[in-house]
Design a protein around this ligand. Structure first.
Ligand code: COI
Length: 336
C-alpha cells in the first residue's frame, strides 16, 4: 500500500494486508504464522464472546530517514499484555513468541510504515477460544493471539487542537480492580458516559474522577503540568499504567521537572489550571493538550484555552526519541 494516501483516514480504520496469528492449545503455544488480514473462524461458544476473556495492546513503529524501522517500547507493552492475561486468567503470551510475531509482521509490512509524523500502530490481541458456554467461572484453556498493524497519524482529529473534557465525578470508567488491565470491557464501560457527554456538552472525552479523585479518561492517562512541575495520579489497580505516561515521567525528570505521583482532587485540578496546563497521554493520544474542562455545567479554561508551552515541549521531547531525532538513552527502541 502507499500509506500516505490514507493520511486522513480515522485512526485505526486502515489495516495492512497481513497479520500474525498463533494459537494456544493443550497447554502450549503453537507456531505463529503470517496470514492475509481477514476474518478468523471462531466458535460461537468461544469464551471471549461470552465472558469477555480478551485483552490487547497498542504501540507504534516509526520509519527513519535511512529506511530502518524502530518499534517504541515493545518489551514493556508485551510485559503489560502478560499482566493483563494473568488478571483475566488467560494463557500468557510467550514474550519471545510475541516479540517475534511483531517484528516479523513489521518486517513484512515495511512499505506500509508511513513517513513521520505517521507511524505503524501495532495491535496485539489475545482472546479465549475455549468453546464452553457454561465456563463463566472457569478460565479458557484455549486462546488465540493475533497482531494487527495499521498506518496512523493523529488520534484526535484536528492535530494539536486543544481538547474539551467533561469532569465526571460519579460514574467510574470501569470496575476498580480492572483499570490496570487493557481489556475491551473497560472501553465498552466508558463508551456510554462518553457518548452522553459528547451529546450533552460537546466534549471530546470524559475525565473519570470517582469520589472527586482524578483518575483517567476513557482511553488516555491524565497529567497536570506547570513551570518545573508535573503531577499525575500514583499507580494503583484502578487505571491503566500507561507506557507513554511512564516515558513522559522519565523525560520530564530529565528536563528538570519535579514529578509528583499522588492522588489529587478535582478541586486541586481546577485550581492548578487557572495558570497551569493539563494533557492526556497515551500511545494513540501521544500528549494532547486540554483547553477546557466542563464541571457541573461550568466551563473552566485551562491556561487560557490553548495548548500550553510545557505540553508542547514535553510532547516534542517524547516524539524526538520515538522518531529518532534524539538519542535513545534508555534503550526504548527495537530496530527491525
Ligand atoms: C492506545 O493509546 O494505544 C489506546 O489504547 C487507545 C486506543 C483505545 C485507540
Amino acid at each position: 500500500m502507499n500509506p500516505s494516501k490514507h493520511q486522513n483516514a480515522p485512526f485505526g480504520s486502515i489495516l495492512t494486508d497481513k497479520m500474525a496469528v498463533a494459537s494456544f492449545r493443550d497447554g502450549a503455544w503453537g507456531e505463529a504464522e503470517i496470514r492475509v488480514t481477514g476474518p478468523l473462524e471462531i466458535h460461537p461458544a468461544a469464551h471471549a464472546l461470552h465472558y469477555g476473556s480478551s485483552c490487547f495492546e497498542g504501540f507504534k513503529a516509526y520509519r527513519r530517514a535511512d529506511g530502518s524501522i524502530q518499534i517504541f517500547r515493545m518489551d514493556r507493552h508485551i510485559e503489560r499484555m502478560r499482566q493483563s492475561a494473568r488478571v483475566l486468567v488467560l494463557p500468557e503470551p510467550d514474550p519471545v513468541l510475541l516479540a517475534s510475531m511483531v517484528k516479523t509482521l513489521v518486517d513484512r509490512c515495511r512499505d506500509d510504515v508511513p513517513e513521520t509524523p505517521g507511524s505503524l500502530y501495532l495491535r496485539p490481541l489475545l482472546f479465549g477460544t475455549m468453546p464452553n458456554i457454561g465456563a463463566a467461572a472457569t478460565p479458557s484453556t484455549e486462546a488465540m493471539l493475533v497482531v494487527l498493524a495499521s498506518p496512523v497519524w493523529d488520534y484526535f482529529s484536528g492535530g494539536m487542537k486543544p481538547l474539551k473534557i467533561l469532569v465526571e465525578e460519579v460514574a467510574q470508567r470501569c470496575a476498580p480492580h480492572l483499570g490496570v488491565v487493557k481489556t475491551g470491557g473497560n472501553y465498552a464501560a466508558a463508551m456510554g458516559p462518553t457518548l452522553a457527554a459528547r451529546r450533552q456538552w460537546g466534549v471530546d472525552q470524559v475525565l473519570f474522577c470517582p469520589g472527586g479523585e482524578v483518575q483517567e479518561t476513557g482511553a488516555s492517562n491524565f497529567v497536570l503540568i506547570r513551570d518545573g512541575e508535573l503531577l499525575t495520579r500514583s499507580l494503583d489497580s484502578s487505571f491503566l499504567h500507561g507506557v507513554t505516561r511512564d516515558s513522559l515521567l522519565v523525560i520530564a525528570r530529565d528536563l528538570g521537572y519535579r514529578v509528583s505521583e499522588r492522588v489529587f482532587t478535582v478541586a486541586e485540578m481546577l485550581d492548578w489550571v487557572k495558570t497551569g496546563e493539563a494533557a492526556l497521554s497515551g500511545t494513540a493520544a501521544v500528549l494532547a493538550g486540554v483547553g477546557t474542562l466542563v464541571r457541573a455545567g461550568v466551563e473552566y479554561k485551562v491556561a487560557g484555552g490553548d495548548v500550553g508551552p510545557h505540553t508542547r515541549k514535553l510532547r516534542a521531547a517524547l516524539v524526538a526519541v520515538q522518531q529518532g531525532e534524539a538519542a535513545d538513552r534508555y534503550g526504548w527502541l527495537t530496530k527491525v
